[in-house]
Design a protein around this ligand. Sequence first.
Ligand SMILES: [Zn+2]
Length: 54
Amino acid sequence: MLGELAAEGVACVMCGGALLLSPIAQVVVGVAASTGHPVYACRSNCAELVADDE
Ligand SMILES: [Zn+2]
């Protein structure tokens, strides 16, 4: 279900926004099964959505 960029850990898994420019605003939310990379979400709101989804 992860987008390609999200699975590479360079984009938010929820909103798909690029995270490279804002490293302090992201949080690891898991590991992509397809790539083994950690995946991230925006710390402010998307991470909470991920938590709710699990
Ligand atoms: Zn996001």
